[in-house]
Ligand binder design. Structure first.
Ligand SMILES: C[S@@+](CC[C@H](N)C(=O)[O-])C[C@H]1O[C@@H](n2cnc3c(N)ncnc32)[C@H](O)[C@@H]1O
Length: 358
């Protein structure tokens, strides 16, 4: 297959998009131009050939359909042109996004805060500017901040090999003419050319965490959004954290705003991420997270699961969340693969729900 970005669009939509893009780029006002660029890039997926056809049989006006009804399917993660796709009118895609973004902007305007965007760190540190935006890798951006200068850090880095973000941004970056620094991306990729293995991922993540520790004021907090189904990802993550001056203070979960098709249908798929909050501490013998063996704590874990699923049944991800929070609050981490084995061995399920002991 020819893998060029223009192949993701029909010739007609490619032409319509190009006309629209040219007009947007000719807008003089910088803010209005940026706003319309945002609407444009937001509509690209729907205007592409990746919108697949869902065929529904079933009844229509009491009669069984001879030919199935065709409905617009949602676009799945990754670049994939289905055998049968829609060609949605570019202007409609653009107008829909415009209306949605305008609505969001109106809500934003009613919010009780004022954003003053600065262009240099000094603006943020020494005057009443409250926003700086960088389009650069975190490991580089953080280097320019002074030691102990930041009140709070929150970050949502790529979680192991869950998504190849920059590879997925290819379509937008090529329309925008952006050339991201692929080699500085914190990610695990299967692609041999990219040299993005687990080692590189944790090396870069460590660099960022070290910088966060350096810039954060002592006694202040750092929240990390994270999740993974992979044992080693968790073990490596906490081995980095254990070696830094961070102490785990709180763990919570939050649901994804829009579940993807993959996340929703995969058995055992994750539907939430964790927010792990650490405090920068200078205490020498701070608490460290230990990896525990599920088999050694099996009795306790079985009882906990039994009680948790009693009467209602629970999804795998709910059990993971419940036990992770329970143990991590005691500075203990267990291997998820051991939990999966224990669930299979000791519990029975009804569909996607774990419902009781075997
Ligand atoms: C889990 S996603 C964050 C999603 C975000 N919280 C949201 O709701 O849209 C991780 C993001 O980190 C970005 N990223 C990867 N390497 C990075 C680096 N070195 N510096 C800064 N960001 C990076 C990815 O491109 C991706 O957008």
């Amino acid at each position: 297959m020819d893998t060029k970005v223009y192949n993701l669009f029909t010739p007609r939509n490619l032409l319509a998009l190009s006309i629209l893009w040219k007009e947007i780029n000719a807008i003089n006002d910088e803010n209005i131009r940026a706003f319309f660029k945002f609407c444009f890039t937001a509509s690209l997926g729907q205007a592409s050939k990746m919108v697949f056809v869902v065929k529904r049989r079933g009844k229509f006006n009491g009669k069984t359909r001879k030919t199935p009804k065709k409905e617009v399917g949602s676009w799945v993660i990754g670049y994939w042109i289905p055998k049968e796709h829609f060609e949605i009118n570019v202007w409609n895609c653009f107008e829909n996004r415009y209306k949605k973004i305008l609505k969001a902007k109106k809500i934003q305007n009613k919010m009780n805060y004022i954003v003053r965007e600065g262009s240099r760190i000094e603006n943020l540190l020494f005057s009443d500017y409250n926003l700086l935006l960088f389009k650069k890798p975190a490991q580089d951006v953080l280097k320019v901040f002074p030691d102990n200068s930041i009140d709070y850090v929150i970050t949502d880095p790529p979680h192991g090999d869950r998504q190849p973000y920059l590879e997925l941004s290819l379509m937008w970056n090529s329309w925008l003419g952006e050339h991201p620094e692929y080699e500085k991306e914190i990610v695990i990729s299967d692609s041999k050319e990219r040299n993005k293995n687990t080692e590189n991922y944790f090396q870069l993540l460590k660099e960022v965490f070290q910088e966060i520790e350096r810039v954060l004021k002592s006694g202040h907090y750092f929240s990390l959004m994270f999740n993974s189904l992979d044992d080693n990802t968790w073990i490596n993550l906490f081995s980095i954290i254990n070696n830094l001056n961070f102490e785990l203070i709180n763990v919570e979960t939050f649901e994804y705003s829009a579940g993807s098709v993959v996340q929703d249908t995969r058995a055992g798929g994750l539907k939430t991420d964790f927010i792990l909050t650490f405090r920068k501490t200078l205490i020498k013998d701070k608490n460290k997270i230990d990896v525990i063996s599920i088999n050694q704590e099996a009795d306790v874990i079985i009882k906990l699961i039994e009680k948790y699923i009693q009467g209602q049944g629970r999804h795998t991800y709910q059990i993971i969340n419940y036990l992770t929070i329970y143990f991590i609050k005691q500075n203990k981490l267990f291997k998820l693969s051991d939990l999966f084995k224990l669930l299979q061995r000791e519990f029975k399920r009804d569909g996607n729900l774990w419902v009781g002991r075997r």
